[in-house]
Ligand binder design. Sequence first.
Ligand code: FE
Length: 185
Amino acid sequence: MNTGIAKLDDFTARFTTLVGQAPTEADIVHHGAQLLRGLVSADDWLPPHFAAPDPQRYRQYLLYCDPDARFSVVSFVWGPGQKTPVHDHQVWGLIGMLRGAEDETRYISRADGTLEAAGQARLLPGQVAAVSPATGDIHQVANAFADRVSISVHVYGADIGTVSRFTYDAATGQQKAFVSGYTNV
Ligand code: FE
């Protein structure tokens, strides 16, 4: 799929080459993060219709999905003050900050199923973070700003909008299945 967005097409072509080399997940995360860092190093390519916020809820626009669903690329658009529930991904993910900033709280699942907060981080434009079921991928993410839009570009190791995964009650650890879908599909 060619979106006609030159920087995005170049990125997806390079990412397709990377996954075609049958790398390990660690290699995808390492080399894919370098590619994503390049894509979010300048905020001059995302069309306005993939950057539009919603007053009620954060949006997830599908920018690209690999024909074999080996990876997908999403623009994650935060309205002021919006945040996700605590959730997991079930596949590796890369998060590149394009505009504004987001705050992430990571959680570890204890043996009894309850959650323990395991650190916080702020992601700034040009920076890339990773999640993976192999290294822990339960987190909650929020727009760092109460008065403006933030946007990050995510890459996941599947057609993420169709993946069955879980949200968590931060207090009890209780899981609830969900499928995120996409705003534009
Ligand atoms: Fe997430």
